[in-house]
Design a protein around this ligand. Sequence first.
Ligand code: BG6
Length: 494
Amino acid sequence: MATFVIVGATGDLAQRMLLPALFRLWSDGAISRDFAVLGVSRRSWHDEDFRRFAQEGIARTGEPDRQVWGAFADRLHFASGDPTTPDACAFLAAALREVEARHATGGNRLFYLASPPSTYEAFLRELAHSGLVHRRMAPWTRLVVEKPFGTDEATARRLNALLEDSIGEERVFRIDHYLGKETVQNMLVFRFANTVFEPIWNRQYVDHVQITFVEEIGVAGRGRFYEEAGVVRDVVQNHVFQLLAVIAMEPPAVFDAEGFRNEKAKVLRAIPPVRPKDAVRGQYRGGRVRGERVPAYREEDGVDRGSPTPTYAAMRLGIENWRWAGVPFYLRAGKRLARKETEIVIDFRQPPLALFKDWDVTEMDPNVLVLRTTEDEGISLQFAARVPGRRRMIRSVPLDFSYGRMGQAERPAYEHLLLDALRGTQTFFARRDEVELQWAIVDPILRHWADHPPEDFPNYDAGTMGPAAADELLERAGRRWHAAAVNPEVSAGV
Ligand code: BG6
């Protein structure tokens, strides 16, 4: 089948995500027996160290069956060396030959770049000259690249050119793990396998759209990385924009990698760069999250005491095409907020209410459709209903659906994506042009912020929903952020 080469194999991503996902796929029989993992890193480890490291990560998701673990562990190998040095690929080639012969993998190779992004260029240059990667169909070579993919449009273009030279776009798999979440497929089915929503999914019926991507956690020990990235590079330019593209795209004629990615790229191409007056940034001070005291961003390890890095951003975008012209899309993302939530809210237009001028409509909003993508993933539609009784009153009530209640547990995004990469299916990986377009939308605001250091940081308390200016961004237009989850007591359920 293949050798799965993890470059940066001693890091957190390998231990927390990649190795448990591979183990799970292996134990479910989703990947065949002629498979091996080759971990690569500068540490002077042996196979046994790598196996212990993998076992620790896997055990965190549940104690593995001993026999299954034993068979999997036999396929884990380690090569110690610096993959960015000129003779790097020599040690890698020798290790690969040995592993391939031992496990009869057929010479297929998947390289997974899980090392710090600053090492990508040097490694890709080495790889290009090494003869380890090639463009033949069989045996195949593929390359998976982790985000962040560049730091702006120019660096992403450079990296893309290097990938094109070294291996070719058809063999490149740019990971955005949000595309591996079942949410994305759920959204596609919701939009395109139902009749009732698509005809109203446009500027005639939609007032505006909100995407909320907020987290309770802080930088979780990644202060140094976060100082370089900030919220826009960490989650907006990739995860949030991918969700936006899926929610706004046209139905592809054929559901394959080209069809799906073409439609997403068309949406991204129709979004003008964000203007400074349409964006708000924030950084958390200390506070309480779920009753627990948490430090300010500037007190986290690896963070500069006067850091200008934003941990929160909100922005207003437009999509200048026939479906969406004139409909604002409001996005917000941030760390150390009141809750963990990723949701998409479609706010429909208010119908004329002259008929009900003598009624109490103070608790009534226009129709709102909420697609929740975290924890209790589901969909709720808020509509107006008459309140029973003598008073003439209309209020909004939710109709609520939860995927969880359908009885199937979601599998982690990495399992879906690693399997897709091993099968050569690029549909849920970002294409070259998408990544470049995503940068083009945020580059001007990132430059503007870099040129104008914030004067009011820190400007929101941990455990709240972000800075006041983010509320004002909507209030200016007579709107407000969607408040919170539905009330399960009133929900119709499934
Ligand atoms: C990662 C970001 O890509 O996504 C993290 O680097 C963030 O900062 C994470 O916490 C969120 O992913 P999930 O799957 O936990 O919602």
